[in-house]
Write a protein that binds this ligand. Structure first.
Ligand SMILES: [Zn+2]
Length: 102
């Protein structure tokens, strides 16, 4: 997944922890697991907020919403299953293999 959004150089906001009320919730990336039907979805670097004192973590709400949209099979699609019939030729996935030395 390429995420090359323009990142504005702003300081990470912090929030007081609701759990211990002494620590601060910092932006962090932790593993996120969710079940999609029978499949376990793992997101290794999921945006979250982690308390520096008690270690409480909350997943980022915006990221959660985006992930839900991603995982939802009908997200961003019109329900036009009729088009599938005519598409007999199997479209090859365009995978560009760049053999550039890195
Ligand atoms: Zn805390």
């Amino acid at each position: 997944m390429m995420m090359n959004d323009k990142q504005s150089p702003q300081l990470d906001p912090v929030f007081p922890c609701r759990e211990c009320q002494a620590g601060l919730m910092h932006r962090d990336y932790i593993a996120y697991f969710t079940w999609l039907g029978d499949e376990l979805i793992t997101v290794p670097d999921f945006p979250a907020w982690v308390c520096d004192i008690c270690g409480r973590c909350e997943y980022d709400e915006n990221a959660l919403t985006r992930l839900t949209l991603l995982l939802s099979p009908n997200a961003g699609k019109t329900t036009s299953t009729t088009r599938v019939k005519t598409a007999k030729t199997r479209a090859k996935p365009k995978v560009q293999r760049t053999t550039q030395p890195e």
